[in-house]
Design a protein around this ligand. Structure first.
Ligand code: FAD
Length: 498
């Protein structure tokens, strides 16, 4: 530990949070010694950044060799090795290649890994980085049936992208895509899983909307034919995948044609069997499958048992905190993330954290919530760097405006999706009202009102409403006088509020 090199700033993790943080620090302190320590040879770079509105942003992400960063910042040292231990008292880090580095200020941006419902079953896999996506792709190419567990963004993307393979999609909720949508939006998206029909969009204005129960415990079957994508698989490995991670990866099963998705609602995994286990189990009697024809079997809590080639567990993530915990006093949140305050400080002095590894434990704005997403990883990495700089310079720093309003642009089932504020009425209890406008196959617009004020919105399709709604949410104008006209398709709402 004696001859260790000490840096003014060390950032651990070459994902979007770490790279954004180190870039910001390197440009603000061009003569300070900085280090980026990351496990792989590549880093994630933000490309084509576009501020769409006050809080909405869009950008691409590219995996690049670290040399790109070093070219731009001569004061930056890149260290390719995984951190295996931290001694926060003596301010040093040890890497797996046996080296020790000192720091004055440290930012941990080590991301998160898939939360698998079972850890050591070779037939259960998670998708997180390029390596695991390639493994999935390879196994899929031999597969006739897979079971998908989970109902978040990755699961939604998989059901839409995978073809040539039957997919049993087991979700614990009453509707698909529960992390992002309510049952109404799910109903809007479901036809996208069906065969493409030359169909003219039919406007159907449903201004007041009440959540209807879907038939609990029932199955839903869709089929679809999609064009085969020609492209080559990526070859590198590194941090978590992000938007469009499946672009360039052919998600083709062993069979020809489209895909077939069977949704099992409101159920969880009860048990995994090998073919031999199944022979001696009671499930054998109730199971219509031919015993022994699949390498693995899965029993769901709705009593159904399926044989399949493998199981994908897409049930969320666990923050990568392990190397940092031993011997230190980090406060951890319930989700396992390093607790950070509004200046991205952990409970250890001069140790900051950003991105998927951390949990935002400040008092949130009533219109913001943390979600482990690409955009928030960038925003947190940037804010952490600004806070680290401000603390070094003893300057005041305020929480960035981007944490005022949750906003996210993404794509599901080829539709543009914009989520604003409390888009799913999160934390509002019964005190809200929903307005919905839906044009089948074209757009789905949902507004969440609380006390007559707009607090959230879901916009699916090319609605062009994001900026107007963002303003209405931010300025908290009383919208009671406008009533249902707010979503009247015959009124140009933009002019209305200009
Ligand atoms: P990561 O990108 O995970 O980076 C962590 C970095 O830390 C990596 O470079 C890793 O090598 C390094 N590291 C880890 N441990 C160590 C260690 N001990 N020592 C040194 N280095 C270490 N988000 C969206 O917004 N939209 C999407 O459509 C979307 N789709 C996704 C699809 C998939 C399949 C996945 C897995 C995620 C998706 N996400 C999406 C989430 C998004 O990718 C993450 O929120 C984001 O990448 C988090 O960035 P990060 O920098 O915090 O962590």
């Amino acid at each position: 530990m004696e001859n260790k090199k000490t840096f003014k700033f060390v950032v651990v993790g070459g994902g979007i949070a770490g790279v954004t943080c180190v870039e910001q620090l390197a440009s603000q302190f061009p003569s300070a010694d900085l280090a980026l320590i990351t496990a792989g040879p590549h880093i994630k770079a933000v490309t084509n950044y576009k501020q769409v509105s006050r809080t909405l942003e869009e950008f691409g992400v590219e995996e690049r060799p670290f040399t790109v960063l070093q070219k731009n910042y001569s004061n930056l040292t890149f260290i390719q090795s995984a951190v295996k231990a931290l001694d926060a008292k003596s301010r040093c880090l040890e890497t797996t290649d046996g080296k020790v580095y000192g720091y004055e200020r440290l930012c941990i941006c080590t991301g998160a890994r898939p939360k698998l419902f079972t850890e050591d079953n070779p037939y259960v896999l998670g998708i997180r980085d390029t390596d695991s996506a390639q493994d999935f792709q390879k196994r899929l190419s031999q597969a006739k049936r897979i079971v998908l567990i989970g109902n978040g963004g990755i699961a939604l993307e998989l059901v839409h992208e995978v073809q040539g393979c039957e997919m049993i999609w087991a979700i614990k909720d009453k509707a698909i895509g529960n992390t992002f949508f309510d049952a109404g939006a799910a109903q809007f998206l479901i036809p996208s899983l069906e065969a493409h029909k030359a169909q003219k969009p039919v406007p159907c204005k449903r201004p007041r909307y009440t959540v209807e129960e879907t038939a609990g415990g029932t199955s839903h079957t869709f089929t679809a034919d999609r064009n085969h994508k020609e492209n080559s698989a990526p070859t590198q490995h590194g941090s978590a995948l992000g938007p469009d991670w499946h672009e360039g990866i052919v998600l083709q099963g062993a069979e020809q044609g489209g895909h077939r998705v069977m949704v099992e609602y409101q159920c969880e995994v009860e048990k995994i069997f090998t073919p031999t286990d199944l022979l001696s189990s009671p499930e054998r009697v109730s199971n219509p499958e031919t015993v022994g024809s699949w390498p693995v079997y899965i029993k769901l809590s709705n009593g159904k048992t399926y044989g399949c080639d493998f199981i994908v567990s897409a049930t969320g993530v666990v923050p990568n905190t392990d190397p940092f915990l031993h011997g230190n006093n980090f406060a951890l949140a319930d989700d396992g993330g390093l607790q950070v305050d509004d200046q991205m400080r952990t409970s250890e002095s001069d140790v900051y954290a950003a991105g998927d590894v951390c949990t935002a434990c400040w008092k949130h704005s009533p219109l913001w919530q943390q979600m482990r997403l690409w955009t928030q990883a960038r925003q947190m990495g940037w804010h952490a760097a600004r806070c680290m700089a401000a603390h070094v310079l003893s300057e005041p720093i305020e929480l960035d405006f981007c944490f005022e309003l949750f906003s996210h642009i993404t794509k599901f089932f080829n539709y543009k999706v914009v989520l604003l504020g409390k888009f799913n009425a999160q934390g509002l209890g019964p005190n809200y009202e929903l307005l919905v406008r839906c044009t089948k196959g074209q757009e789905y617009v949902k507004v969440v009102l609380s006390g007559g004020r707009m607090v959230g919105a879901v916009l699916i399709g090319e609605t062009d409403l994001e900026e107007t709604f963002e303003n209405l949410i931010l300025n908290q104008m009383d919208l009671t006088p406008y009533g249902e006209d707010l979503l009247n398709p015959n009124i140009d709402i933009e002019d209305y509020f200009d």
